[in-house]
Design a binder for this molecule. Sequence first.
Ligand code: PLP
Length: 427
Amino acid sequence: MSKQKFETVCIQGGYKPKNGEPRQVPIYQSTTFKYDTSEDMAKLFDLEASGYFYTRLQNPTNDLVAAKIAEMEGGTAAMLTSSGQAANFFAVFNLANCGDHVIASSTIYGGTFNLFAVTMKKMGIDFTFVDPYISEEELDKAFKPNTKCVFGETIANPALVCFDIEKFAKVAHKHGVPLIVDNTFPTPFFCRPFEWGADIVTHSTTKYLDGHGSGVGGCIVDSGKFDWMAHADKFPGLCTPDDSYHGITYAEKFGNAGAFITKCTAQLMRDFGSIQSPQNAYYLNLGLESLAVRMERHASNALAMAEYLSKNDKVAWVKYPGLKGDKDYELAQKYMPKGTCGVLSFGIKGGRKEAEAFMKQLKIIQIETHVADAKSCCLNPATATHRQLTDQQLRECGISPELIRLSCGIEHIDDLIADVQNALDNM
Ligand SMILES: *Cc1c(COP(=O)(O)O)cnc(C)c1O
């Protein structure tokens, strides 16, 4: 049979019920699983047989949903985590330990930046943050003998800067390390980072994959393409026996297709326990079923809104990578020709006061600390998440006081534009 189209995988991927089994993914709301003999269970503990024994490590509902996301991304293995934060932490910590070094794009999600620059730094991991527009030559110079991976976001939240995946993959591979890409904003419907050389993909499934603001979650997907054994000196955790797990050498036993996710599950999920609840995985799967149709609408709404705003007198500037003339338009066309995402940002002429006055008048678009779900929402960081900062401090972290982040939902675009028009007229 020919390879199924993305829209079909959204519905049919992962779970393949057998005769008489439930049509929808069942929720295995059980912490534990029963076995007839101790020998049966021992085989699972030794990773000699695959199966379930305790939901902190693996749960069938989660695995079915992870398998669908792996299929969507074109990867070989995947695991769900309790949040996007846990996914990014695990993906990096599975490779880099105390004394190691990681290169990351500077325009990443604030939560990830803090995780890397503050919390993982305390764990002894050193991060270098580079400008995403850095030249290959400069990027080359950022590598150290102890560099273990490179990290970026396909479209950065909230900077909406595009990440040149091919450029970063090329230099990372030259240095024998994998590229990790957080693909939360475009989702695999618009961009499949593995096709451009990325090795590991992460998601905050809280955003478009769930799509309805119903459950916090994360996911890690492995392309199965990185050859760990060819760089065994850099990755002893994958290429030498794990004494904490029955002396298994992951890269030998599970090959390139399975080593990364198996190690991540057997070590990090076992020890940190950031599992997604099976109930949330079920909600996530409902979101996945409609991902393709939702993303088309999110992107067309955002593009129409960006075009409308860019022509309005009260608007100082608009940032949307799908908008012609945007600094990232060319990169977006290359990596995401069908569309980018539903999030854009813009500046009201004036400052905090004007932004606040505008937002007060909105009727449909709600003020929320969230993005990327079916319901349109917006946020002015200067009066919300960053309200303790002065205008000067704000500018230093790349956020102007008048910036409004607008996440276009899947309502009718006429109503969204009318809401914005009304607010601009009456602010
Ligand atoms: C929201 C977000 C995260 C963090 O995910 P949570 O599910 O909130 O933990 C990570 N990366 C990106 C790009 C995000 O938008």
